[in-house]
Design a protein around this ligand. Structure first.
Ligand code: RNT
Ligand code: ZN
Length: 412
């Protein structure tokens, strides 16, 4: 079957083996927070806050670092290819002791670095500027209170240093992504001062130059959140300008724009002005920005743009969703595989022919070929990729998830 499919693609000028090699070279950064509903391991049971909300109470959630690692190992076994771990600062190994956010150190993350080294994973990192009493009034780096700002500046500075050490030890740069929840439920009368303070705080956070071979800084915008419907300090325009001026990476989260706005069309523009891109592949549904990623038009269009713009080498692909209403391992695996399948489909496009049709004004051929590409048996190529990488094929996936649920999750 696979060989026939390969010939079919060869007939339209697509080299399947080349596509598989390219797919294998793209790691997806797995977000640790799908495993425990963004809880973390600080030992406090505080509210998540920051406009983040996780709904559902599916049994089997990871309650400790060991359980989260066990689950991640399971997920990694369900994914073809080599990936990365995206860790939030509140997931440190604090040994049961209270360590406030302005006191985190590399030592608290050493066991994660070691675990990643053993599992052949690169690491990405995030300061955690939510789920904390000092973020309860809705502001962190743009707060009018200088004491609050200083606290979060210290946390972000420490996070960058930790990110750099992760990247150094693992021999692959860590993307340290700053997202803050700052915003207002109702109409502000002084948007400007919040943005000025945010800009100043970020300048202090990024003042120390770190080796880009170890740490890459990224900033993440958002249009609105729960409780910040009218205003968010770190809007798209704000961070696009900031990233451009300071040449940091820009993070585009697929769920952080107007409900019908796609981040796919932004990629070719922002990459003209910022050096690198971080993607939070996610799925917005009405007011929620974090549903499990699907193999849908939005995800396919993002991956098409990365391939068509030849942007894979300048893009870090991460995921950002959390669903507690279904098996969390399934959520992780299905969402990640959906991103990978979308990338594969993009890599299997007859790019040269499509471009020739477009440039010569033959839009009929362009449209026909794009429709044709969807109907080709690309899923046989995906299953082959899974088999070569010792991962379950599409039809085998659910059984594997259910086995783990019965053997491990049901005992929790
Ligand atoms: C929130 C942002 C952010 C978080 C994670 C947990 O809207 O998308 O990336 O989801 O940092
Ligand atoms: Zn995000």
């Amino acid at each position: 079957m696979f060989n026939e499919v390969k010939e079919m693609y060869a007939a339209i000028g697509v080299d399947v083996e080349q596509a598989l090699t390219a797919l294998a070279a793209v790691p997806i950064s797995l977000h640790c927070w799908q495993g425990d509903d963004v809880g973390g391991f600080e030992g406090s049971d505080g509210a998540l806050g920051g406009g983040l909300a996780v709904t559902g109470d599916y049994p089997g959630k990871a309650r400790s670092i060991d359980e989260l690692r066990q689950d991640l190992e399971q997920v990694l076994g369900l994914l073809p290819g080599n990936h990365r771990l995206n860790l939030h600062a509140n997931y440190g190994d604090f040994g049961g002791k209270p360590v406030d956010r302005d006191a985190i150190e590399v030592a608290h993350f050493q066991s994660w670095i070691d675990w990643c080294a053993r599992n052949n994973l690169g690491m990405d990192f995030n300061p955690t500027c939510f789920g904390h009493s000092k973020a309860d009034d809705g502001f962190t780096l743009s707060s009018p209170d200088s004491g609050i700002r200083d606290f979060w500046i210290e946390h972000c500075q420490r996070s960058r240093a930790i990110g750099a050490e992760m990247g150094k030890q693992l021999g692959s740069p860590t993307v340290t992504n700053v997202w803050i929840p700052d915003g207002m439920k109702d109409l502000p009368v002084d948007r400007q001062s919040y943005r000025q303070r945010l800009s100043d705080s970020l300048d202090t956070v990024f003042a120390e130059k770190l080796d880009p071979a170890h740490n890459i800084d990224a900033v993440e915008c958002k249009l609105f959140g729960i409780g910040s419907e009218s205003f968010v300090s770190g809007s798209h325009e704000f961070y696009f300008g900031y990233a451009q001026k300071n040449q940091t990476a820009l993070c585009l989260d697929a769920g952080h724009f107007h409900p019908t706005e796609s981040i796919a069309d932004k990629i070719s523009s922002v990459l003209m002005y910022v050096p690198e891109l971080l993607l939070h592949v996610s799925r917005g549904v009405r007011w929620d920005s974090d549903h499990v990623v699907l193999f849908d038009d939005a995800t396919q269009q993002i991956m098409q743009e990365l391939v068509r713009c030849d942007a894979l080498s300048r893009t870090h692909i991460g995921l950002d969703f959390f669903d507690a209403s279904i098996n969390r391992i399934a959520a992780w695996a299905i969402g990640t595989r959906a991103a990978q399948k979308s990338l594969l489909l993009a890599l299997l496009e007859p790019r040269k022919t499509l471009r020739e049709a477009e440039i010569s004004g033959d839009y009929t051929t362009r449209l026909a070929l794009l429709e044709q590409a969807k109907a080709l048996p690309w899923s046989a190529v995906w299953d082959e990729f899974c088999r070569r990488n010792d991962a379950p094929t599409e039809l085998e996936l659910l059984g594997r998830v259910k086995d783990y649920e019965n053997d491990v999750l049901a005992e929790r």
